[in-house]
Design a protein around this ligand. Structure first.
Ligand SMILES: Nc1ncnc2c1ncn2[C@@H]1O[C@H](COP(=O)(O)OP(=O)(O)OP(=O)(O)O)[C@@H](O)[C@H]1O
Ligand SMILES: [Mg+2]
Length: 234
């Protein structure tokens, strides 16, 4: 049974839908990417999966259970973690306080993951007492990822992790996500425009144009740079 399955999902903010008839599946332990240019509806997709936006049509199922009407809180408790675009690190709180916020998001979690998180991101332990806002873009992304991991989610939703991260650190983020997937068994759905991150991280990806899934790229095709770049070029 798939970890996540969207079937015929149509969603938007007003009368005109942004997402149109989206079908998408993420199998257990997979890393699936959704690629597409600015404004195609990537964030809208993530918000719909998280339950921050209600679809006007279609269903969102998680481990075979229909979650379409469930609140974001309920989904978090069911094990879905969300790292929004722009990260939403609390700049005035310390790194440690930011991390602890992750516990409240998923109050039902049977365990926390501090040990693994500090092992993966030692910098967060070194900087524990420093204000979140003083970290670099890349470090803030690590903090946001770590915060979502604290409550031990089994599906992580990641919205443009490379945005605002200096190029030399970008590869590190895709490597870290691969490690998280490997070692913690976390299933990952992410959206991206950065070709390197997509190819470095995804097992498979969907291409989105104007709110519709127009292609699926996997295996061999993912190694073909042009196959992916076509959906990103302006
Ligand atoms: N809160 C909102 N209210 C109304 N329209 C919105 C809202 N948020 C996004 N939109 C519109 O929905 C469309 C899709 O936006 P969305 O943010 O999902 O795109 P995106 O693919 O994430 O873009 P980007 O790559 O820039 O992050 C755009 O036309 C955008 O203007
Ligand atoms: Mg977006």
């Amino acid at each position: 049974m798939a970890t996540l399955e969207l079937s015929g999902v149509t969603a938007g903010y007003g009368a005109t839908p942004v997402l149109r008839d989206v079908d998408l599946t993420v199998e257990e332990s997979e890393i699936v990417g959704v690629v597409g240019k600015n404004g195609v509806g990537k964030t809208t997709l993530m918000r719909t999966v998280m339950g921050l936006l209600d679809p006007s049509n279609g269903t969102v199922s998680y481990h075979g259970e229909d979650l379409t009407g469930a609140s974001a809180d309920e989904r978090a408790r069911a094990g879905i973690g969300y790292i929004p675009q722009g990260r939403d690190v609390f700049p005035e709180l310390t790194v440690e306080q930011n991390l602890r916020m992750g516990e409240h998001v998923n109050a039902g979690a049977s365990r926390t993951r501090y040990e693994e998180i500090y092992e993966l991101f030692p910098i967060l332990e070194d900087r524990a007492t420093q204000a979140g806002g003083t970290l670099s873009g890349g470090q803030q992304q690590m903090l946001a990822i770590a915060r979502a991991l604290v409550a031990d989610p089994d599906l992580l939703l990641l919205d443009e992790p490379s945005e605002g991260v200096q190029p030399s650190i970008v590869d590190r983020i895709s490597e870290d996500m691969r490690t998280i997937n490997d070692e913690l068994g976390t299933t990952i759905l992410f959206v991206e425009q950065n070709l390197g991150v997509i190819r470095g991280m995804a097992d498979r990806c969907y291409a989105m144009e104007r709110g519709e899934i127009v292609d699926e790229i996997g295996g061999e095709s993912l190694t073909d740079e042009d196959a992916v770049a076509d959906y990103l070029a302006v």
